[in-house]
Design a protein around this ligand. Structure first.
Ligand code: DP6
Length: 324
């Protein structure tokens, strides 16, 4: 018996950047995201006599598998299930070789595959709470379209769908840069950001930013969504630059793309950017302008990998019989 789940990556338009409780992965603020169609993780889970994790067909060393198995054993304890060993086979489906590896799709898929293997039949709300324990952003990948993850305590911090099938022509142009700089994980990055003198302001602004974004989504106001997303991303990266010690995920190419986006906008093409815990840039624009901007980017920065994405669905899971 084995179980398979597919979960799609999400990109936050109003970001989670700070924890109230690192063990329970409770956020200090609400966040709101868009689930993507082109990037997803497919995970198959079964029981066996020792823990083994294959990622994209390759057996992972114990050190690289630790987060996965600590998570599965944590779920067992929380749900009062017996302690067992697992074979985990995950494949990250990404349209280019570099990929946008994401813990959001990884832990959402793992939570759903666990639920399916154990035949727990959890609600999506409960799945979202469990996904949260693996990685904060995974909380939102249970749902498609737009989802909001609520701050709160262990019982009520989960994501809720806002609109799982938005009609809006909002596409995301993912620009993957060549550089693979030394990474500061999001877990460490958000911890350091809390030392910024602007951190309190970041927290105080969150309820209003969420409310404005929800209104913009409801009104299908593309420009407003873009403006709010870009401002929120800039605020997050300003925290990093003003942390003690300061740091940034930006690389020179990141800055270059920011300037191009600003110039294209000034020239009348509605487009906005958002950036997460890495140098890649995601550009929010319409489908028509995605095509225009991808060809401009391909000329200006031939080494960048460009993927046009749209809204993706929520998590799915199923059981495989022993006949497979
Ligand atoms: C910048 O979910 O990766 O993408 O909970 O420590 O695993 P952990 O962090 P993670 O952080 C995501 C940070 C972000 C913003 C966001 O997705 O909201």
């Amino acid at each position: 018996m084995s179980a398979t789940a597919i979960a799609h990556t999400n990109i936050a338009l109003i970001k989670y950047w700070g924890k109230a409780d690192p063990d329970l992965r409770l956020p200090l603020m609400n966040s709101l995201s868009m689930t993507l169609d082109k990037f997803y993780t497919e995970t198959t889970l079964s029981w066996q006599t020792s823990d083994q994790f294959f990622l994209n067909g390759k057996l992972q060393a114990a050190a690289d598998s630790q987060r996965v198995f600590s998570y599965l054993h944590l779920l067992e304890r929380r749900l009062n299930l017996p302690n067992r060993h697992y074979l985990v086979r995950s494949v990250n489906h990404v349209p280019t070789s570099a990929g946008l590896a994401s813990s959001s799709s990884a832990f959402a898929a793992l939570a759903a595959a666990f639920d399916q293997l154990q035949q727990l039949h959890l609600s999506r709300q409960d799945l979202s709470r469990l996904a949260r324990l693996g990685s904060g952003s995974a909380t939102r990948s249970i749902f498609g379209g737009f989802a909001e993850w609520q701050a709160g305590d262990d019982a009520n911090s989960y994501a809720v769908p806002i609109d799982e099938r938005p009609k809006l022509d909002l596409h995301l142009l993912v620009v993957e840069l060549d550089q693979q700089p030394k990474k500061i994980s999001s877990t460490i990055g958000m911890q350091r950001a809390q030392t910024s003198p602007f951190y309190q302001t970041w927290l105080e602004r969150n309820p209003d930013e969420i409310a404005q974004m929800k209104l913009a989504i409801q009104q299908a106001d593309f420009d407003k969504i873009g403006q709010l997303a870009e401002l929120n991303a800039n605020e997050m990266h300003a925290l990093n630059l003003t942390a003690q010690p300061p740091f940034t995920y930006f690389e020179p190419a990141t800055m270059q793309i920011i300037k191009w986006v600003q110039a294209w906008r000034a020239a009348g093409i509605p487009c906005y950017y958002t950036i997460d815990a890495g140098p890649n840039v995601k550009i929010l624009t319409s489908l028509k302008n995605c095509k225009v901007l991808s060809s401009r980017l391909a000329q200006l920065m031939p080494s960048a990998k460009i993927v046009v994405t749209n809204f993706g669905p929520g998590v799915k899971s199923w059981s495989n019989s022993d006949m497979e």
